[in-house]
Design a protein around this ligand. Structure first.
Ligand SMILES: C[S@@+](CC[C@H](N)C(=O)[O-])C[C@H]1O[C@@H](n2cnc3c(N)ncnc32)[C@H](O)[C@@H]1O
Length: 293
């Protein structure tokens, strides 16, 4: 039976340590939104330039390359399990690069999800391409899909417009790559920036909503969710990253740290100028059931 590795004191942040392909079967709970940053399967001995040094870009065993068939079967399996954990009006976001994103899109279609957008995250500060034989990689893609063809999904259109100088928000988001200020609790090799996750969560959930991340890593999704007053459950295979997640969440219990993080995130700075977003801590949400305990 699934048990929580960590539950925050106000129960807005839960982590389970284990394999999502097993654990997702073990609890009955429906989420408002899922964000997944699955293995891209690109750790095949490639190199890149970081701070002027040539470094190997392998992320870990979990990211080692797979055959097309193996990748398809892995993506089908976790996306099928996630569909079962989504509310009927729920949406799922999946990040990727060309290595995995076409496989993910095919699986979504086969599983009867409906793709809403493919957001292009354009990194404003991409790492240099040292081979000089093709264009510098500066983008990642995030597919946004809803569970049901006929049930309307949540989209905070007006809020997105407000965050974009009162113009319709497009599907190209120019946001910086991960900053040093986000790594105070250690390094995860593929940690996503908080500004990206905050945008996703603000766009597609409301205060108090439950967000699931089946490949939670250092739990950027959870930290962004809590900063926006949403609740979070994450699943992560490696205990080291569960520990990092707990350390990151514990930082939020310090009001000064929370304010400091929010100051780094442009969307939250804009929101703070207009209004104080109501936080889950304000007891605004009545339903206190937890995905797992
Ligand atoms: C791309 S990273 C996610 C990084 C995360 N978005 C962050 O900001 O820290 C994918 C994570 O999924 C974990 N993982 C891979 N396969 C898994 C599985 N079957 N079940 C649970 N976690 C898994 C890896 O250990 C890794 O930390």
């Amino acid at each position: 039976m699934i048990s929580s590795y960590y539950t925050s004191p106000n129960k807005d942040f839960l982590i389970a340590n284990g394999d999502s392909l097993e654990l997702l079967n073990e609890f009955k709970f429906k989420f408002d939104m899922i964000f997944a940053d699955p293995p891209y399967f690109l750790s095949n001995g490639g190199i890149s330039l970081q701070s002027g040094k040539v470094v190997c870009v392998d992320k870990g065993e979990w990211d080692k390359g797979k055959s097309h068939e193996e990748m398809m079967s892995f993506n089908m399996e976790w996306l099928r399990l996630c569909r079962d954990k989504l509310k009927d009006n729920g949406t799922i976001w999946i990040s990727g690069t060309y290595h995995n994103i076409f496989s993910v899109a095919n699986c979504l279609t086969e599983l009867d999800y409906r793709i809403l957008n493919v957001v292009t995250w354009q990194k404003t500060n991409p790492p240099a391409n040292i081979s000089c034989r093709f264009f510098t990689y500066s983008t990642e893609f995030i597919i946004w899909a809803r569970k049901c063809e006929k049930v309307p999904h949540k989209f905070n259109y007006d809020l997105m417009k407000r965050l974009n100088d009162d113009k319709q928000m497009t599907d190209v988001w120019r946001l910086p790559a991960i900053g040093r200020w986000e790594k105070a609790c250690g390094k995860h090799p593929t940690q996503k920036p908080l500004s990206l996750l905050t945008r996703i969560i603000l766009a597609s959930t409301n205060e108090g909503d439950w967000v699931l991340d089946p490949f939670s890593g250092s739990s950027t999704t959870g930290i962004a969710a809590n900063l926006c007053g949403r609740r979070f459950a994450g699943i992560e295979n490696e205990e080291e990253y569960c520990r990092m997640s707990v350390a990151r969440r514990m930082m939020l219990d310090d009001v000064n740290e929370r304010v400091n993080l929010k100051r780094h995130i442009a969307d939250l700075r804009t929101l703070d100028q207009c209004e104080q977003p109501g936080l889950f801590a304000n007891e605004a949400v009545a339903d206190r059931r937890l995905p797992f305990t």
